[in-house]
Each structure stands twice: as structure tokens, then as C-alpha cells.
Design a protein around this ligand. Structure first.
Ligand code: FE2
Length: 434
């Protein structure tokens, strides 16, 4: 065995070294600072990302980037077919193009919202202009109310994104290939305006964001806190609903996805102003399931943190309007409560389950206080949420795909939930043995 291995290295070693040298000299890889990827745009579409900005069952939005030589760009869409000729029936839509400036230079952002799609339909699309086109990517619209729905939820991405986060989103996609969308609870990058970190976010997810629409709440790291300004990348690169409060466009919004009213809140700025809007959005919903997503948690799970103001502002509304589940980030630990209300555990059915999670590499020390039923430290995770009729199933998996936590909510006839923990019996993961 040893001789054979030595022979192989002797044969391939110099060739590999030469290839590596060429690649590095050619600039395809440039290991500068913490971002290993070239950030500058070119004429080919990159950072292609699906989002929803309108009805998820009949529309899909796509946003991409080029250099500023591309001032007119297009998206094409066709019903999917098993043969390769579907492109002949494609329709072409001109993109809205806007210029934005980043630390790596100017770029053009292009976006299109496809409309008039079929609920649960499978489509192929590509984006580009002239001779520069993306591959054809396949997606599926959301279905109709009453049909099953699966989606992914991930906590903070933030650090060493390309190097250490990629595996988590890829494992998530492999674990739930039937997922219809991904929701991120903020802090997708570390420094709001560092374009190369956004490049890592797009590259880390690779083709996944081209197939599954992304929804995201902003975190504190998306903001410049000195002037309360969101990243220059946020609005050009995402096409989110514009139905939030004035001044919080595309950072606070809601979407109705089958049986779910999904409310994305901005926990970074103008928190009190969102309470009135939130009340209107929740009181106007007759959806079976109500889910809220935002960054700063109602119950903190990292040592020395607490968001009392948020708890007092928003939690009474979650109680009043029966929000089933709240998905959060920020504390770089995993922590999940049982059903709770502002004044304590909900023992009569009902109440809201609160989850904090983390998908990236940055880890904090846990503060496992008694509101939490399942916690983890030093663990990268992704979550799969499945809704089928009156049942919501939640699973948290570690980066390697091991089931770490699970619970089920069953909606009773009176609209309240029966909660059942399905957490495995394994000991909570800690950095050191407690
Ligand atoms: Fe944060």
C-alpha cells in the first residue's frame, strides 16, 4: 500500500503543483484576508438568487449581478419539460436594472418578477444578455392551501462563510430536497458593506439559491449602527415584498405561503414602530399557521444578553394573535423553548415556541436558563419545518445531518396547539463537559 501511494504521489504531485500554481497566478483563487473569492463582477450573471416579492404560488423573483457594461438584461422562463427543447417556448422579460456602489467597485443589479405562474408548477429560467447567459435553473412555485409545505430555517451565517458555512446549507438542501424555500434569521455576513463577504454568501450556497427562493430578516451585522443604514448590498441583491412599514421596505414584510402567514420583522431598527404594523398583519390573518422570523431573540440563550424591550413590544402580540412559532438568531447557540406566553409557560395548549439557532462558525457560550427545553453550544445546525394540514413538524439537524431536536404542533379544533417534544435523548452538546 505504501509503495503504491508513494508511486501515485510521485506521478501526480508535480502535475498538481503546476495546476495549483497556474490557478493562483491566474487569479482564479486569491487568498487575501478572510474572503477567498474574487468579488468583482463581470459580464456574466453571478450572485443569482431567487426570492419572493408577491404571491408565492403564482410568482417568483430573481435577482442577479453583472458589471456596469450590462445595462439591459433579461430573464427567460419556460414550463419545465423532461426534454431539452423547453427553451423554444420560453418567454422573455426585461429586467429592472440599478447601479450600486460597493467597496469592490460599482455593479449592476438586475431583477425580474415572473408572474402568472401555476401553483406548484415546475419552471426553468435563465438570466443574462447578449452572449452571457446563466444556466437554466429549475424551481417550483408554492402550492395551494391544504397542500404539504416544507421549508428550511437557518440562523446566523456571518463568519468564515465560504470556508465553514457552505457545508451546512448544502447538507440542509440534501436533507430536504422537497423544501420550497429557505428563511434566514439575519446576520448573513459580518460587515454590512463588505461586498466580498456577500460574495461568500452567494458562493457558499452555490446553485441552491438559484433553485429555492430565499427570504431573510436583517441582523445587526447587516447594519451600520452609527447611521442606522442597511448594507448597500441588501436592497440591490434581494427582491422582497414591499408591504412593510414605510422606511423598512424589504427588511420588514409578510408573505402568505399556502397555510402560513410568514412575518419577517426587522429587530435592528424602528422596533416600536413595527408593533402597530405587526398587529394589523396578525389580526388580518385567518391562516392556520402564523410564523414570525427576526434576528434578536425574545429569550436570549447566550451569556450576558437580554432583549427585554423586544419581549415587551412584540411578545404580547404573538400571544394575542396565536403566533405558533418564532424563528430567531443572534445568540450563536441553539435553544428551543416549550410553548410560552409573556407571563410564562402556556399550559392550556396554545402559546408560542421560540427557537434560536446558528448555522455559521461563530460560537458563543450558552446561557441555558430554564425557559429552554433543548440547547446546544459549539454546534452548527439547520432546521427543516414541515406543515401538513393540522400538523407542524420541526427538526433541527447538526451540520453532519444528525437529528438534534424535534417537536410537533397539532392544531386543535379550538385553534390552540398540542405540543409534543420529540427531542432525542442524547446529552446537550457543550463546548466542554458541563
Ligand atoms: Fe447578531
Amino acid at each position: 500500500m505504501t509503495r503504491r501511494r508513494a508511486f501515485r504521489f510521485g506521478f501526480y504531485g508535480p502535475a498538481l503543483a503546476a495546476i495549483l500554481l497556474l490557478v493562483v497566478q491566474g487569479g482564479a483563487l486569491s487568498f487575501q484576508g478572510s474572503s477567498p473569492l474574487p468579488a468583482a463582477p463581470g459580464p456574466y450573471p453571478d450572485r443569482i438568487i431567487l426570492t419572493w416579492s408577491a404571491d408565492p404560488s403564482t410568482t417568483m423573483s430573481v435577482t442577479w449581478r453583472t458589471d456596469t457594461t450590462v445595462s439591459e438584461a433579461f430573464a427567460e422562463i419556460a414550463e419545465a419539460d423532461d426534454g431539452p427543447d423547453f427553451g423554444k417556448k420560453a418567454r422573455r422579460v426585461q429586467a429592472t436594472t440599478e447601479r450600486y456602489e460597493t467597496n469592490t467597485g460599482p455593479a449592476h443589479s438586475h431583477s425580474v418578477t415572473f408572474t402568472g405562474l401555476r401553483p406548484g408548477g415546475i419552471y426553468l429560467y435563465r438570466v443574462g444578455a447578449g452572449k452571457h447567459w446563466s444556466e437554466w435553473n429549475q424551481f417550483r412555485t408554492a402550492g395551494r392551501p391544504g397542500e404539504p409545505l416544507t421549508f428550511l430555517y437557518l440562523g446566523d451565517v456571518q463568519s468564515e462563510i465560504y470556508s465553514l458555512w457552505s457545508r451546512v446549507i448544502r447538507r440542509a438542501f440534501a436533507a430536504a430536497p422537497d423544501a420550497r424555500f429557505i428563511v434566514y434569521a439575519g446576520d448573513l455576513i459580518n460587515n454590512n458593506d463588505r461586498d466580498e463577504q456577500w460574495g461568500e454568501f452567494h458562493a457558499g450556497a452555490g446553485f441552491i439559491h438559484r433553485m429555492l427562493p430565499v427570504l431573510a430578516a436583517p441582523g445587526n451585522h447587516e447594519y451600520s449602527l452609527s447611521d442606522r443604514r442597511i448594507s448597500v448590498n441588501w436592497r440591490p441583491q434581494f427582491t422582497f415584498p414591499m408591504n412593510g412599514p414605510t422606511g423598512l421596505e424589504e427588511t420588514c414584510y409578510y408573505l402568505d405561503i399556502q397555510d402560513v402567514r410568514l412575518v419577517v420583522l426587522n429587530s435592528v431598527v424602528h422596533r416600536s414602530e413595527q408593533a402597530g404594523w405587526l398587529e394589523k398583519v396578525l389580526s388580518g390573518s385567518s391562516h392556520r399557521w402564523k410564523i414570525a422570523v427576526f434576528h434578536h431573540p425574545i429569550y436570549s440563550s447566550a451569556r450576558g444578553r437580554d432583549n427585554k424591550e423586544l419581549r415587551e413590544l412584540w411578545q404580547p402580540l404573538f400571544d394575542k394573535y396565536g403566533v405558533d412559532l418564532v424563528l430567531q438568531g443572534h445568540d450563536h447557540t441553539y435553544a428551543r423553548t416549550g410553548p410560552r406566553r409573556f407571563d410564562g409557560p402556556a399550559r392550556d395548549g396554545g402559546g408560542t415556541v421560540y427557537v434560536n439557532s446558528v448555522s455559521g462558525a461563530k460560537m458563543y457560550a450558552l446561557d441555558p436558563h430554564d425557559v429552554f427545553e433543548r440547547v446546544a453550544e459549539d454546534t452548527q445546525l439547520f432546521q427543516v419545518i414541515r406543515i401538513e394540514g393540522d400538523r407542524l413538524s420541526f427538526e433541527a439537524h447538526t451540520a453532519t445531518g444528525t437529528l438534534y431536536d424535534a417537536f410537533q404542533l397539532r392544531k386543535r379544533a379550538d385553534g390552540k396547539n398540542e405540543f409534543r417534544s420529540l427531542a432525542p435523548a442524547s446529552a446537550p452538546r457543550r463546548r466542554k463537559a458541563a
